[in-house]
Design a protein around this ligand. Structure first.
Ligand code: SAM
Length: 231
């Protein structure tokens, strides 16, 4: 799903006149996240940072990044109409510190945080797991669906992180290109889009395409590509 399609989702029609939005956005796509928030009728107010921790509590530095190694992800917080957060929010810090799980899976602590800070009813979009007390929307949201995050190797939360940080025009040996290409191919075949892979690795779209080609990946047609741009 491309940015325009996400912006055009009829979110305004299903949410209350006064509502809160918590929108996950990859660091590299922050401006896109703000566009989506605006298109859905919310104004940006604040954010919650997920600090990914190792088992020993240190920052989980396995994340990718061309400029910096990403150990955080941002959940934008927007308001539609006029509505303050609930009283418990006054003591809620805007940070979640937990360990990573499957690729792109967000911490369950988000539900507690949201339920404490915002009144229901609650809707999760692009949900991968049903959550009690929440309506869920997304092609993996049904209780009977086994999410790709559980079954595909590419969603285990490790593969894509093993690709190296590359300079924009850095040349690769054939072996290295093949190895990286295979890692990306697994993720692509598990549902990741080219744009998403570029965002995660900080490689250009052209580089991701070339690496996928090196691994003989059969590409999906345009417009039918799953996306993770918003949750
Ligand atoms: C990155 S995952 C969401 C991760 C989830 N929030 C979590 O924490 O595990 C994106 C989800 O959106 C679903 N999805 C992608 N494109 C979709 C579309 N066009 N319509 C409905 N669902 C879609 C994917 O199948 C996947 O379950």
């Amino acid at each position: 799903m491309d940015l325009e399609t996400i912006c055009d989702l009829p979110v305004r029609d299903v949410v209350a006149k006064n509502a809160h939005l918590y929108l996950w956005v990859p660091n590299a796509l922050l401006p896109d996240g703000l566009r989506v928030l605006d298109a859905w009728g919310f104004r940006y107010v604040s954010n919650v940072v997920w600090a990914k921790r190792r088992k020993d509590g240190g920052p989980d530095g396995r994340g990718v990044g061309f400029y910096f190694r990403n150990v955080t992800e941002i959940m934008l917080f927007g308001v539609r109409g006029s509505m303050r957060t609930l009283p418990p929010a006054r003591s809620q810090v805007n940070m979640i510190e937990t360990r990573k799980r499957e690729h792109s899976r967000k911490p369950d602590e988000q539900y507690d945080l949201i339920e404490r800070c915002s009144p229901g009813p609650f809707l999760e979009m692009f949900a991968r797991y049903p959550q009690e007390g929440w309506s869920a929307w997304g092609d993996e949201a049904g209780a009977e669906v086994v999410p790709r995050g559980r079954s595909h190797r590419g969603y285990e939360g490790g593969e894509v992180e093993r690709v190296p940080i590359l300079e924009p025009h850095e040349r690769l040996t054939t072996d290295t290109a093949k190895r990286i290409g295979m890692v990306l191919r697994e993720r692509y075949e598990a549902g990741a889009s080219i744009r998403q892979l570029a965002s995660e690795t900080d490689y250009s779209i052209a580089r991701v395409r070339a690496l996928l080609a090196t691994a003989n990946t059969e590409l999906r047609g345009r417009g039918r590509t799953p996306s993770t741009a918003s949750t």
